[in-house]
Design a binder for this molecule. Structure first.
Ligand code: SF4
Length: 356
């Protein structure tokens, strides 16, 4: 899969664009003014694999809290700014690693000039973050949504370029998946900057992860996109997990565990639907790129999951442990979970020793 070429940007210690690995972002849902709670959630996000974290900056107190939050984390922080350019200035002074400005509600040239001047001095990138729900009011309603989003982004990008600022990243987010795909495809050839992908307000985890996987997945498959955020009505770690699943499904990142499990059927000899979630929970914190399979029977089990590092397949009254599709031993049915955990632990240990 060849990727669109974009100019690289540095956001804290993460490179976005320029062929760097596609980074995973999320956003805290704490009150940014509550430094302790926000730091706690950022640490949770770091544990579950987030690489960049965005914080809402609704007022000056929130902007100023960023300096206290920065002292407690090394994850790059992005200040999310709407309506008031002075909050962007305050967030920059507080040490943010990136800004998101909404061109739908911060548009005055002199205000943007003040923000980009300070951002340039500090080498802080700015995301032009278009959202279908807050497009500039004077945009022609009869134009397709995708075009209106692209026009709003391009107008802001051109203004920033005129102001001699090019540390730019662009997002064009809507709930409408086809419109989002069209918009990113349209802008991809028109600007050299990295693209931040997302389907906005995608919903609860089950439907939202699917909407995001389709929208973001189609674009990534076409080589478009440098960083992603899955927006879910859930704890932000759910967003990070969904984002990695999208990237792993396309072979773009290898972080964390890939769980292969069969749907179960009348041939199943073990309770896959109980065992698979238990193993999934056990593996929640594992960051090594390993593949684990849970298969209901031996007829197709090891063969279907040949690529798995380790797995189990149900047999009559027992479970069969396999590695890379080869059966290595059998264990009584009731000991399966513990036996699989022991195999996983030893695999992770071997990877640690080998410096993976
Ligand atoms: S692995 Fe066995 S139990 Fe699972 S779906 Fe396939 S045939 Fe059915």
């Amino acid at each position: 899969m060849s990727r669109r070429t974009s100019v690289p940007l540095r956001i804290g210690n993460i490179i976005v664009g320029g062929g760097a690995p596609i980074s995973v972002q999320s956003m805290t849902n704490t009150d940014t003014r509550d430094i302790a709670a926000t730091v706690r959630q950022i640490k949770e996000l770091e544990d579950c694999g987030a690489e960049i974290v965005r914080l809402a900056v609704p007022d000056v107190e929130a902007a100023e809290a960023i300096s206290g939050i920065k002292r407690e984390t090394s994850l790059p922080l992005i200040g999310d700014i709407h309506f008031d350019y002075r909050l962007a200035l305050a967030a920059l002074r507080a040490g943010v690693d990136g800004l998101r400005l909404n061109p739908g509600n911060i548009r005055k040239r002199e205000q943007i000039a003040m923000v980009v001047t300070m951002a340039r001095e500090r080498e802080i990138p700015i995301r032009v973050g278009v959202n279908a729900g807050s497009l500039p009011a004077n945009f022609e309603a009869e134009e397709p949504l995708s075009r209106r989003m692209v026009d709003a982004a391009l107008r802001q990008v051109e203004l920033m370029e005129e102001l001699d600022f090019n540390l730019i990243k662009v997002a064009l987010k809507a709930f409408d998946v086809p419109a989002t795909i069209e918009a990113y495809e349209m802008i991809a050839d028109r600007i050299p900057y990295p693209l931040h992908l997302g389907i906005t307000e995608a919903g609860l985890p089950r439907a939202g992860a699917i909407r995001s996987a389709i929208g973001v997945g189609v674009l990534l498959y076409k080589g478009i996109g440098d960083t992603i955020r899955v927006s879910l009505s859930a704890h932000p770690c759910e967003e990070v997990v969904a984002a990695y699943e999208i990237l792993k499904a396309l072979g773009l990142r290898r972080s964390g565990v890939t769980l292969v499990s069969c749907p179960s059927c009348g041939r199943a000899e073990i309770d896959v639907l109980k065992l698979a979630p238990e193993v999934d929970r056990y593996l929640e914190k594992a960051r090594k790129p390993i593949k684990v399979a849970i298969m209901g029977c031996v007829v197709n089990g090891p063969g279907e999951a040949r690529g798995a590092d380790v797995g189990i397949a149900g047999g009559r009254g027992k479970g069969i442990i396999f590695r890379k599709g080869k059966v290595i031993r059998t264990v009584p049915k009731e000991d399966l979970l513990e036996a699989l955990k022991a195999e996983i632990d030893s695999l992770l240990e071997r990877k640690n020793e080998a410096g993976w």
